[in-house]
Write a protein that binds this ligand. Structure first.
Ligand code: NAD
Ligand code: 6OD
Length: 471
């Protein structure tokens, strides 16, 4: 585990333990960057803005992104193994989602950049000669990318790729719980023939550590962050003094709506996926499902049966996170009904030391219960019945978050009526987490600020400047 600063790998700093969530055993150490190292990383990234990188054309940057994608593909199995080791997620998930998406992130922004154009206007002038206005896009400068532990490489590269595409330099700080694929990414970038110092990597914790020092650093021009909403607030305060722009993807408490006219089998299968993928540790996971009353019992029975049958799921990321999830389950069991799971699985092997929680289906809790209002970020879903479309929308739209929602219906008019009326950034109809990387991605309310994806990211990571030429 090394930082990558000033073009060199560096293992300096007080080490903190790296823990395998599958067994709870300490499997390594990660050096925590000192404030001086963060300063050096930002300084090197600033210096690189004045170097050859500034002269690279969009086509050259696009080719560089493809080389990074090639580099990840070339070490695919290493990336998959590292992601599984840090997160405990099943190999199938890392091999079909996390690492392919990291490759796709670089390729998607490389292709978008290559095909991107800016607008121009011919403007009338009193003397009849006119003027030409055109827009040029400039990089923001040094961008801090701070990322979480749930989809470590996917979410890191989702920001690094568009930031580099637009000619910025990047200082990345991955989650202290999942640093390994970021280290591999630094090695790939080091070998991808980019100018020196366009990418820096520092490891460390968040508050009073590398994360905070980086995001409050006067040499950082913008912050792109994915993580908890309250961390977003802290980072926004840190960025406010120097008016640095921020892009935030934050927490959620995503709702699913199941109407009686839905294909119920498909809705159950989709909800099992949306609630329990990566043991619920995906920001897009469904944690509350509202089911139209005539099909409530049937849906609840099928979902509970499906949850009990789930195999091959992974653990919570840490002991602290497992304890938070179990705390919710204790209160929920006392105040409502547990239809499936609710406890800790027993394996009879080393996994019994890990941070496991069973896929859990709850019902019977009031809407203001912490398990229904607060983000749990674990394998826990609460079911409640509704009677009318209006009630379903009101329930889904309640609460502080607004990231994603899923609607299950066989009525095409209802689909188009209900989906846009949801207070979220992304609504899926009869599917979940189907992604097109050109579409806007992000949340409303406490779930985020700004949009990522396609031109939205390329716009965030650049400043448009107008040039007016009198003809
Ligand atoms: P977190 O906010 O605890 O940490 C995220 C990152 O921020 C880590 O790298 C951490 O070290 C750093 N950090 C923590 N405190 C900081 C501070 N004061 N200043 C600067 N950096 C700081 O989040 P997490 O626990 O790693 O991730 C889980 C959360 O992320 C959940 O709330 C989840 O919903 C959210 N999330 C949202 C999205 C989305 O797209 N909306 C995607 C993934 C995860
Ligand atoms: O699919 C994506 O682009 C994305 N940003 C997913 C985020 C998932 C959150 O855990």
């Amino acid at each position: 585990m090394r930082h990558y600063v000033g073009g060199g790998f560096d293992a300096s700093g007080v080490p903190f333990p790296l823990v395998d969530p599958v067994t709870g055993r300490t499997v390594g150490e990660v050096p925590a960057a000192s404030r001086e190292l963060v300063d050096r990383a930002v300084g090197a990234a600033r210096e690189a803005l004045r170097g050859p990188w500034a002269g690279w054309s969009p086509a050259e940057r696009s080719r560089a992104l493809h080389r990074i994608a090639d580099g990840i593909e070339g070490r695919f199995e290493e990336f998959v193994a590292a992601e599984c080791a840090d997160t405990g997620k099943p190999r199938a998930l890392a091999a079909t989602v996390d690492i392919p998406r990291a490759v796709a992130n670089f390729r998607a922004y490389a292709d978008l950049l290559a095909g991107r154009s800016e607008r121009s206007w011919h403007t009338g002038t009193p003397d009849g000669r006119g003027a030409l206005n055109y827009t040029v896009r400039k990089p923001l400068g040094v961008v801090a990318v701070v990322s979480p532990w749930n989809l470590p490489l996917l979410l890191l590269t989702w920001k690094v790729a568009p930031a580099l595409a637009m000619g910025n330099t990047v200082v990345a700080k991955p989650s202290e719980l999942t640093p390994s694929t970021a280290c591999l990414l630094a090695e790939v970038i080091a070998g991808a023939e980019l100018p020196a110092d366009v990418f820096q990597l520092v490891h460390g914790q968040g508050a009073d550590a590398a994360g905070q020092w980086l995001t409050e650093h006067p040499g950082v021009d913008a912050v792109a962050f994915t993580g908890e909403s309250r961390t977003g607030s802290a980072i926004m305060r840190a960025a406010a003094d120097r008016l640095a722009p921020v892009s935030f993807e934050l927490g959620g408490k995503n709702a699913g709506l199941v109407f009686a006219d839905a294909d119920l089998e498909r809705a159950v299968e989709g909800t099992l996926r949306s609630a329990f993928t990566h043991s619920g540790q995906v920001c897009l996971c469904t944690e509350r499902v509202y089911v139209e009353r005539p099909v409530f019992e049937e849906f609840a029975g099928a979902l509970a049966a499906g949850a009990k049958d789930l195999a091959g799921y992974g653990p919570m990321i840490s002991a602290a996170h497992r304890d938070k999830v179990l705390g919710h389950l204790d209160r929920a069991a006392a105040d409502g009904e547990v239809l499936a799971g609710g406890g800790v699985p027993s394996f009879g092997d080393a996994r019994d030391g890990g941070f496991w929680v069973e896929p859990t289906v709850l019902t019977g809790l009031p809407e203001d219960h912490p398990a229904v209002r607060e983000e749990i970020f674990g394998p826990v879903v609460h079911l409640a019945p509704f009677d009318t479309e209006e009630e379903a929308l009101a329930l889904a739209n309640a609460g502080p978050y607004g990231l994603a929602a899923t609607v299950w219906t066989g009525d095409v008019s209802r689909a188009h009526r209900v989906a846009p009326a949801l207070d979220v950034g992304i609504a899926w109809v009869n599917t979940w987490n189907l992604r097109d990387l050109r579409t806007p991605f992000g949340g409303v309310k406490a779930s985020g600020i700004g949009r990522e994806g396609g031109d939205h990211s390329l716009d965030f990571f650049s400043e448009p400047m107008n040039v007016c030429v009198k003809l």
